[in-house]
Design a protein around this ligand. Structure first.
Ligand SMILES: NC(=O)c1ccc[n+]([C@@H]2O[C@H](COP(=O)([O-])OP(=O)(O)OC[C@H]3O[C@@H](n4cnc5c(N)ncnc54)[C@H](OP(=O)(O)O)[C@@H]3O)[C@@H](O)[C@H]2O)c1
Length: 303
């Protein structure tokens, strides 16, 4: 089977927290990469690594048979593709568009239909893992779309992934990703709550970190997030605003499929409060700030 990048360079649009390490891994693997980002300065490290900076979105689509999008949300994806315009149809005709961002399955299904109508192909490939797993090429991509096209796309995502999983028709990869995110966001909130509880009771946090890390509680999440919680170092690997957006995407899909999600509702409330505290662009582990704020309010009420 031919890979999606056999017939020309690969385009990569969206050089953000995730897009930067992902694109860098593709360049390191020898893929001929053409990059574009709304904020042009973010392209510099990739150009240094060997990528070619495109002059415009049109330029990316004109040069690349396959274009990967790693954009923050649906609105950004629509804005970049200029969906609904003549430019959209011209760009995607004969192209394979690979969307790695997290959106609703319904959004992907509608976009896939519009791209197909314009003579292009669409594969969704949302990823599990945050900035550190991306830097270490340890993401898990969950692909949805036509199986043959998805399998052609896998080799071009492989250099940034631990695994590329085919999940089924368009929407299936995103439903898989949302299920993974439900587990991730509720676990993140629970880990922050446990750390807050331990700190409030005067537990030694270094030993707490060791106890979590040595037991059946250990995971990549605890290895990456617990040191941040203990050191109170909230530089973003996955931003709180993104965690909030993700909880809401899962809640929307839960309503569509009729699933009960009480833990997710609590996590959504906590991430929303954290954003309201001004921590939108801090790491999602900053959700601990909300627990501290609640504890401080209850203390002052009981005084
Ligand atoms: N961070 C994680 O841990 C993580 C993990 C798995 C999946 N995801 C998903 O991956 C996607 C990207 O996440 P991220 O953390 O990389 O987000 P991010 O750092 O906020 O970057 C997103 C990209 O979207 C671009 N963008 C935003 N609005 C735009 C607009 N209106 N027009 C054009 N470009 C626009 C940004 O460009 P500028 O540089 O110009 O702002 C940036 O390149 C999201 O869907 C997220 O849910 C994230």
């Amino acid at each position: 089977m031919t890979a999606a990048n056999d017939s020309g360079p690969v385009g990569f649009i969206g050089i953000g927290l995730m897009g930067t390490p992902m694109a860098r891994n593709l360049v390191r693997a020898g893929i001929d990469l053409v990059v574009w980002n709304r904020t042009r300065e973010r392209l510099a490290p990739l150009v240094d690594a060997g990528a070619d900076a495109a002059a415009s979105v049109d330029d990316v689509f004109a040069r690349c048979p396959a274009v990967v999008l790693m954009l923050v949300n649906e609105a950004a994806t629509d804005a970049v593709l200029e969906r609904g315009t003549e430019a959209f149809a011209r760009r995607v005709k004969g192209r394979t568009v690979v969307s790695c961002g997290t959106t609703t399955p319904a959004y992907a299904e509608a976009l896939a239909a519009e791209i197909a109508a314009a003579g292009g192909r669409f594969v969704e490939a949302p990823v599990a893992g945050s900035r550190v797993p991306a830097e270490n090429a340890q993401l898990v991509a969950m692909l949805g779309g036509d199986e043959e096209v998805a399998r052609q796309v896998m080799p071009l995502l492989a250099p940034t992934c631990r695994a590329t999983l085919y999940c089924g028709a368009t929407g299936s990869g995103l439903r898989m990703k949302l299920a993974v995110n439900l587990y991730l966001t509720t676990t993140m909130a629970a880990l922050a709550e446990a750390t807050h509880f331990a700190a409030a009771g005067g537990v030694d946090l270094a030993t707490f970190q060791e106890a979590i890390g040595l037991g059946q509680t250990a995971s990549d999440l605890t290895r990456v997030k617990l040191p941040k919680l203990v050191a109170r170092e909230f530089s973003p690997q996955a931003a709180t605003s993104d965690a909030l957006m993700n909880t809401r995407l899962v809640l929307d899909e839960a309503a569509v499929v009729g699933a009960a999600t009480p833990m997710l509702r609590l996590a959504e409330m906590l991430f929303a409060e954290t954003v309201a505290l001004g921590a939108a662009r801090e790491d999602m582990s900053a959700v601990v700030r909300t627990l501290e704020e609640r504890a401080s309010v209850s203390r002052s009420l009981s005084e």
